[in-house]
Design a protein around this ligand. Structure first.
Ligand code: AKG
Ligand code: FE2
Length: 346
């Protein structure tokens, strides 16, 4: 324990189990029916609906993303994190702009054993100037790219294009599975605030005491994650609360529904807790793409999905202000719990 700063040490009940459950796995869904002509019969929509309802997570194969694109961003990410700290800090995150490199993130007030590099899908992206509810001012945020690694920017921009296509296909499938028109949600993304994170989890001398990312739920609409061949992601199984280690599968993407889908669907699809365990000898890389709506979106249960028998379970909240409030907590340790959708529960 002496080797690790106490800021990283998890409370006893949150430490990783020595023998995680890995016999079970999240559902695997073959997306190749998306290549069929429209209207062709397939069980895809109900498979997606079942996975979203029962797990909140699934693994997508035959997703149509070229493996070259995946290899290029993975390789550029490795090169970036291998740079000296001073180089990485040249594109460091600051209180004004949350994009770029950062190695001090806290999840639920415990420091994560990781380094990250964040960038927005739209550059610049428009967000609220502050978390203060009455402040209507907005600001533009620009991505920061390392000058000495131009291939990082190229690979990331290619990745964004591929992920965007996949994200909107998945969103259509999720809409259909909820009985909605397939484009029902598209209007929320006109000024989308989506972002991508490169995660680097260095080997850790005390993996039994720390986490790469503490338990959390993703705040956005959905997340598309590329993980490398080192296991680390654990998903909380809905049936019994057990942490399930997701087995890496080359080329697959791991999809999970975020808090916004939970609210839109009025709890039909829950945003499920997950975390990342680290290990003492292997480094691990992962790349989540977080699909986020326009900052001015008011998130609330969709009117088609509420009625007298099933009234709205959440009050509406403003997405941009929610994120701005959350970003304060990620940047420094706060004395209060981070903002959660549960605070808007009716
Ligand atoms: O690294 C992973 O496998 C997951 C990371 C994650 O959950 C996140 O960044 O929100
Ligand atoms: Fe996450």
């Amino acid at each position: 324990m002496g080797q690790v700063d106490p800021a990283f040490i998890q409370a006893l009940e949150h430490r990783p189990k020595p023998h995680p459950v890995s016999a079970a796995n999240i559902p695997t869904i073959d997306l190749s029916p998306l290549q069929l002509p429209p209207g062709a019969p397939s069980g895809l929509v109900s498979e997606i609906g079942d996975a979203c309802r029962d797990w909140g997570f699934f693994q997508a194969i035959n997703h149509g993303v070229p493996s070259k694109c995946r290899r290029e961003i993975e390789s550029a990410s490795r090169k970036f994190f291998a740079l000296p700290k001073e180089e990485k800090r040249k594109v460091g995150r600051d209180e004004e702009n949350p994009f770029g490199y950062y190695d001090g993130e806290h999840t639920k007030n415990v420091r994560d054993w990781k380094e990250v590099f964040d960038f927005a899908v739209k550059d610049p992206v428009v967000v609220p100037a502050s978390h203060v509810p009455d402040d209507v001012e907005v600001k533009e945020l620009f991505n920061k790219w390392p000058e000495n690694l131009p291939e990082l920017r190229e690979a990331c921009e290619e990745h964004i294009n591929e992920m965007e296509t996949l994200a909107f296909k998945l969103l259509e499938l999720i809409c259909l599975s909820l009985g909605l028109q397939k484009d029902r949600l598209n209007g929320f993304f006109n000024d989308q605030t989506s972002r991508v994170r490169l995660n680097y989890y260095p080997p850790c001398p005390a993996p039994h005491l720390t986490l790469g990312v503490g338990r959390h739920k993703d705040t956005g609409v959905l997340t598309i994650l590329a993980q490398d061949d080192v296991a680390g992601l654990e998903v909380k199984r809905k049936t019994d609360g057990e942490w399930i280690l997701v087995k890496p599968s080359p080329d697959a993407y791991i999809i999970n529904v975020g808090d916004i889908i939970q609210v839109w669907s009025n709890d039909k699809y829950e945003s499920v807790e997950h975390r990342v365990v680290v290990n003492s000898d292997k480094e691990r890389f992962s790349i989540p793409y977080f699909l986020y709506p326009s900052h001015y979106t008011w998130v609330e249960p969709l009117e088609e999905l509420v009625n007298e028998q099933n009234p709205a379970r959440f009050k509406r909240y403003n997405w941009g202000k929610f994120r701005a409030t959350r970003n304060r907590g990620n940047f420094k340790k706060l004395d209060v719990e981070n903002i959660q959708i549960s605070h808007f529960r009716i």
